[in-house]
Design a protein around this ligand. Structure first.
Ligand code: FSX
Ligand code: SF4
Ligand code: F3S
Length: 357
């Protein structure tokens, strides 16, 4: 039954595409060129880990950005290095056969669990059901048997937009319910496919998960602040701002801080890795970052089109101030996370194994 999803997709990736994808992942991981052959070898020869991919409360944007991106090589590479045994959006199986596939892998094989979407916990979790079971119950059944869990997207990592106040369904992320397993968060709404690919390739090459930050995000992808790598940063430092979308300063590519860019408080690799073959990211096409990879961004980063609550902006030499802004708002975010974790959680899934790295 293994690999039922892969067989429904395109023909094999050619050598050129394979090498290109591995090279991109190596660059994202911050590895030197000398490490590329090791990565390529692992991608080509390592036993492909079985993956069960569960969908809960979300828009399927994570899957879309991963598999339908204008990087066909990237999508194909991801599907070449994992054995995707269960994925509700793209698997050929349906109904009882699909459920059988899920049980077969869960009960008989080691597997990595990927969760996309938040888990509603209010009223016994009735706001998301698949095959008659709540998302909470499915997670409670599958998570304890997984070798590791990847929460893909901000919904699975932190609850996502559906957790916005007043969070009517009690939506939470995987780590709010599951403990005792290695959990790696790959947030973003949607995340960059390279963050997922880099994580899997790191696992295959080095036999362990990449180093994580305090929010369980891989440091290689989330260790840098957007603002510090933004191509509009010189405009910020010089006090050249867009005052209104569509104004002359917008056309000149000035900094989007005053129209709401949350780059100073967001940690992600967007300016460096960018999206799709056209090599763009939100700020490069004229829209501020909304902080989509940060916990509670739906509450703490709104209104999206208003500037960060802060001090007045001097015309120049603002680098230090920008750094202070980031710290202040991140403090507020961390406090919000604490509150979020303390309330509204229906039940917790304890798996009994200690977390690893
Ligand atoms: Fe959507 Fe994924 Fe956003 Fe959530 O991405 S792009 S709502 S993070 O779970 O499908
Ligand atoms: Fe770039 Fe936004 Fe920072 Fe301006 S505020 S430099 S647009 S990240
Ligand atoms: Fe999200 Fe900001 Fe990147 S909105 S996609 S973290 S630029």
């Amino acid at each position: 039954m293994a690999d039922t999803v892969n067989k429904t997709l395109d023909p094999q990736l050619d050598r050129r595409g394979f090498l290109k994808g591995c090279t991109m992942a190596a660059a994202a991981l911050g590895l030197s060129d000398a490490m590329i052959p090791k990565l390529v070898e692992a991608a080509a020869t390592a036993e492909r880990p079985r993956v069960i991919w569960l969908h809960f409360q979300e828009c399927t944007g994570c899957t879309e950005s991963l598999l339908r991106a204008s990087h066909p090589d990237l999508a194909r590479l991801i599907l070449d290095i994992i054995s995707l045994d269960y994925h509700e959006t793209i698997m050929a199986a349906a109904g009882h056969q699909a459920e059988h596939n899920l049980q077969e892998t869960v009960n008989n094989h080691p597997f990595i669990l990927v969760v996309e979407g938040a888990i509603p916990t209010k009223d016994g979790g009735i706001y998301c059901k698949i095959a008659g079971k709540t998302a909470m119950d499915i997670l409670a059944e599958v998570a304890p048997k997984a070798s590791a869990i990847i929460a893909i997207g901000t919904c699975a990592a932190f609850g996502g937009v559906q957790a916005a106040s007043p969070n009517p369904t009690g939506a939470v992320g995987v780590q709010d319910l599951v403990s005792g397993k290695p959990i790696i968060n790959i947030p973003g709404c949607p995340p960059n496919p390279i963050a997922f690919l880099g994580t899997v390739l790191h696992y295959l090459t080095f036999k362990r998960l990449p180093a994580l930050d305090s929010l369980n995000r891989p440091l290689f992808a989330y260790g840098r602040r957007i603002h510090d790598h933004c191509e509009r940063r010189a405009h910020f430092d010089e006090g050249r701002f867009v005052e209104q979308y569509g104004d002359e300063f917008h056309k000149l590519g000035y900094c989007l801080y005053k129209v709401g860019c949350k780059g100073p408080e967001t940690f992600n690799s967007c300016p460096a890795v960018r999206f799709n073959d056209v090599d763009v990211w939100p700020v490069s096409v004229g829209h501020g970052c909304v902080g989509c990879s940060e916990p509670n961004f739906w509450d703490t980063m709104t209104p999206f089109y208003e500037r960060l609550p802060m001090v007045k902006i001097p015309g120049a030499g603002i680098v230090d101030n920008a750094d202070k802004i980031g710290k202040t708002v991140l403090g507020a975010t961390a406090a919000a996370v604490g509150i979020h974790a303390a309330v509204g959680i229906g039940k917790r899934i304890i798996t009994g194994k200690k977390s690893e790295e």
